[in-house]
Ligand binder design. Structure first.
Ligand code: ATP
Length: 242
């Protein structure tokens, strides 16, 4: 059973950084001493185990699943159950059963926040989630690009039509800040997040820039203190707690 606040991270399009935002928001809330569960509801396209570098399999107790502990967050994903990188080939009704399994057959304990990483769009999982968790709140992730924010509006309208409270919009990959000059480059255009927030009558919670490469040249997925995105995610967590 889930407890505390349940927040779904949703988007219209894939690839806008929804999973990255879900993971880093969960981690930032945990850094603020909150007890956090993170559920990857992207059953077909799970990516959280890879982002968090989870390789272990969950154990069971009395027929219930013990979630994986990673970075002080309790995590569950199809990716920790599936065999290797085998594709999940299921029809819609199976997805609903898996959601029910994740919500009710996992020992979550008492949590302050449960973050749900939804698949992009307004398909079966989004619909099941809206029905199973009517009290769930939502954060919509988009890039500033007009095409992404236009599609994200539909995810927001679905939340509104199912009476889910929209906490706000997170604009990801909002700009690239050149480290030497501090100058911002708006690679995907400007203002898509703000426009979307206005259309959905909610607020822009964060404008998160492009991540800068770490010393070894890789782009981090988890934003620790050395990352240029660390404070952005900590501020986002503070806003959510407030
Ligand atoms: N702010 C950022 N700066 C640089 N790269 C980013 C940023 N946010 C996300 N990415 C990268 O963009 C890619 C897509 O991110 P992610 O998987 O989180 O998107 P998604 O919306 O969850 O996609 P999908 O819905 O297809 O699973 C990843 O490689 C991720 O590391």
């Amino acid at each position: 059973m889930l407890s505390g606040e349940v927040i779904a991270i949703t988007s219209g399009k894939g690839g806008v950084g929804k999973s990255t935002v879900a993971v880093n928001l969960a981690l930032s809330l945990a850094r603020k001493n909150k007890k956090v569960a993170l559920i990857d509801l992207d059953i077909y396209g799970f990516s959280i185990p890879k982002i968090m570098n989870i390789t272990s399999k969950p154990k069971t107790m009395n027929g219930k699943i013990i979630p994986i502990g990673s970075h002080d967050v309790s995590v569950m994903s199809m990716g920790v159950i599936a065999k290797g990188n085998d594709p999940i080939v299921w029809r819609g009704p199976m997805l609903g059963k898996m959601l029910d399994h994740f919500f009710n057959d996992v020992i979550w304990g008492k949590t302050d926040y449960t973050i749900l990483d939804l698949p992009p769009g307004t398909g079966d999982v989004a619909l099941d989630m809206h029905q199973m968790l009517p009290e769930c709140k939502e954060i919509i992730v988009t890039t500033p690009h007009e095409a992404a924010s236009h599609v994200a509006e539909r995810a927001g309208l679905m939340a509104r039509s199912t009476k889910h409270e929209i906490l706000g919009v997170v604009e990801n990959m909002a700009y690239f800040r050149e480290p030497e000059s501090g100058k911002n480059y708006y690679l995907f255009g400007k203002g898509g997040g703000k426009t979307l927030a206005e259309k959905l009558e909610t607020r822009l919670l964060a404008s998160i820039p492009f991540a800068l490469p770490a010393e070894d040249g890789t782009i981090p997925s988890i934003h620790e203190e050395t990352s240029n995105l660390y404070t952005h995610y900590m501020e986002l967590a503070e806003k959510i707690i407030d």
